[in-house]
Design a protein around this ligand. Structure first.
Ligand code: ADP
Length: 495
């Protein structure tokens, strides 16, 4: 093997330490596969309250205790602690930047009492970004690649290319910045910029400025050597309009040549119908009849009458506008006239929680809803449903459609982001289709896609062939991690 790479992977959340969304899954899975490929990859994140010393066997790094870190006029102290991400094959070192005042709180980004962002999120992530680079310097560890993720880490790119531009340790370091969701940008008042310690010109001329404010996602975009997003289609969408780029579409457009879309992988060990302990009966593409036992268990759980001939559509989701529930709201009465059943698991915005709660009451025999977060039930829904509905307005990558494919549960999706990149329409491609795809964000188009799915379901032979194709698809991290490693190598060849 050629010389292994050294990579620092920086993310504000990593499973199992702290998670609010898909970012945390990526931040654990990708480094593990890169490590398996023989590279020295290490992770760094803030030490939030959830990161328990005892549970995760975290130890101090003595020489990195009480490091002074500049935050505007103030100097604050940060200490670095360490633990490992372990699985059967690998061990990845994780560094945590600790400062109890900043990070030891009941939630990562939001005050649960007010439901608003913590008022000092600027301090928390400026401190984190400075702390990460300080840690590298004190360790004397020279990363070939610093891989940053989302706005919380964006300032690192700007610091590296300005204040640290002549620092020998980072002389050959390349910066990759991954955008997991362009809707979250880390926007702060101009006064926050003063605390970054960056030269004045970096605000206006070179780019942290966004309508008079400081935008930390933009910092990452402006200063990274390469930008990635989590699916090829999303990479195109975010430069196409305000709807997807949330005001940064112009920047995404300017950076198009430096941007690539790499589809996320999924955890194939956790989501595997042949060994899943959370479902009623395990099955494979060669024993599809056993999937029916899961459908039966699912109907029981939701108190719906079980009929193998009636298709069950599953939904597992954050109940947020992004996910397209207003389309369902618009056509619920029409959907309920069809010969199908729907089960929903989700929590989030009250209007959607109410929509599904009321729906389950009104359509007792056809609709079941469980409001909450329930890992085990999510698995049973994937295994027991015939179809899975994801009509998202936008979807940077999306995981549930990949789980669905693996469980032979054909997805009905809107052609956006990762959904467009992972599901092929069965009517358009009868020989290779794996689901049902509609183009425009219109309730009627979604309803038509559901109707097309019901029609296909009636032809058992066609349906089972599509199930088998879906189950054979390789959406593992192996495929995606290879692309990241190729990208790292390509960047290092550039002068
Ligand atoms: P996003 O990151 O936008 O929420 P993804 O599809 O990328 O969407 O990932 C969501 C993850 O969270 C999936 O693993 C999904 O199964 C899980 N999930 C979402 N809502 C729930 C819920 N109510 N109960 C259990 N799991 C959920």
């Amino acid at each position: 093997m050629a010389k292994p790479l050294s990579i620092l992977f920086v993310s504000s959340e990593v499973v199992p330490f702290a998670k609010t969304g898909g970012l945390a899954d990526v931040s654990a899975a990708l480094p593990q596969v890169v490590r398996e490929a023989g590279h020295d990859i290490r992770i760094m994140m803030p030490k939030f309250a959830a990161v328990s010393d005892r549970k995760f066997k975290i130890h101090d790094i003595k020489r990195l205790t009480d490091m002074p870190i500049q935050l505007g006029e103030k100097t604050m102290l940060g200490s670095v602690k360490s633990s490992f991400l372990t699985n059967i094959k690998t061990k990845v070192q994780v560094y945590f930047l600790s400062n109890d005042d900043l990070y030891c709180r009941p939630d990562l980004y939001v005050d649960p009492k007010t439901k608003e962002s913590w008022p000092d999120n600027d301090d928390r992530f400026i401190f984190f970004c400075r702390g990460v680079l300080r840690t590298m310097l004190l360790l004397g560890w020279k990363p070939d690649i610093i891989h940053l993720n989302d706005w919380q880490t964006g300032l690192i790119a700007a610091l590296l290319k300005t204040e640290y531009a002549n620092e020998p340790l980072f002389k050959n370091t390349k910066v990759v910045f991954t955008v997991h969701n362009a809707a979250y940008q880390g926007i702060f008042p101009k006064s926050s910029f003063e605390k970054t310690g960056l030269p004045d010109k970096t605000f206006k001329e070179q780019g942290l400025e966004f309508h008079g404010k400081m935008n930390l996602l933009k910092a990452g975009l402006m200063y990274a050597d390469h930008i990635t997003t989590v699916s090829p289609t999303y990479a195109k969408e975010i430069r196409s309009s305000k709807e997807y780029g949330f005001g940064l579409e112009g920047v995404f457009k300017r950076k198009a040549r430096k941007t690539s879309g790499i589809l996320n992988g999924m955890d194939t060990a956790v989501w595997d119908p042949s060994s899943d302990k959370m479902i009623a009966k395990t099955y494979t593409k060669d024993s599809l009849e056993k999937k029916l036992e899961n459908k039966k268990a699912l109907c029981e759980q939701f108190k719906l009458p079980f009929d193998p001939e009636i298709p069950v559509i599953g939904i597992v989701s954050r109940l947020a506008d992004q996910k397209g529930f207003d389309l369902i709201e618009e056509k619920l009465a029409d959907i309920m006239k069809l010969d199908l059943q729907i089960v929903v698991l989700g929590s989030g915005e009250k209007k959607y929680e109410d929509l599904f709660k009321k729906g389950a009451k009104k359509y007792k025999k056809k609709m079941g809803a469980h409001i909450g977060f329930d890992e085990e039930l999510a698995h049973l829904i994937e295994a027991g449903s015939d179809m899975f509905l994801m009509p998202s307005k936008y979807e940077p990558c999306g995981l549930n459609q990949m789980y669905s494919l693996r469980y032979g549960t054909l997805p009905i999706v809107r052609a956006t982001g990762g959904l467009a990149d992972s599901v092929d329409d069965l009517d358009e491609k009868p020989k290779s289709g794996t689901g049902f795809v509609f183009k425009d964000y219109k309730a009627k188009q979604m309803l038509d896609a559901i109707k097309r799915a019901l029609k296909a379901f009636d032809d058992r032979k066609v349906w089972e062939a599509a199930m088998v194709r879906a189950m054979k698809k390789d959406n593992s991290w192996d495929v995606s991690a290879k692309k990241y490693i190729e990208l790292y190598k390509k960047l290092l060849k550039k002068k």
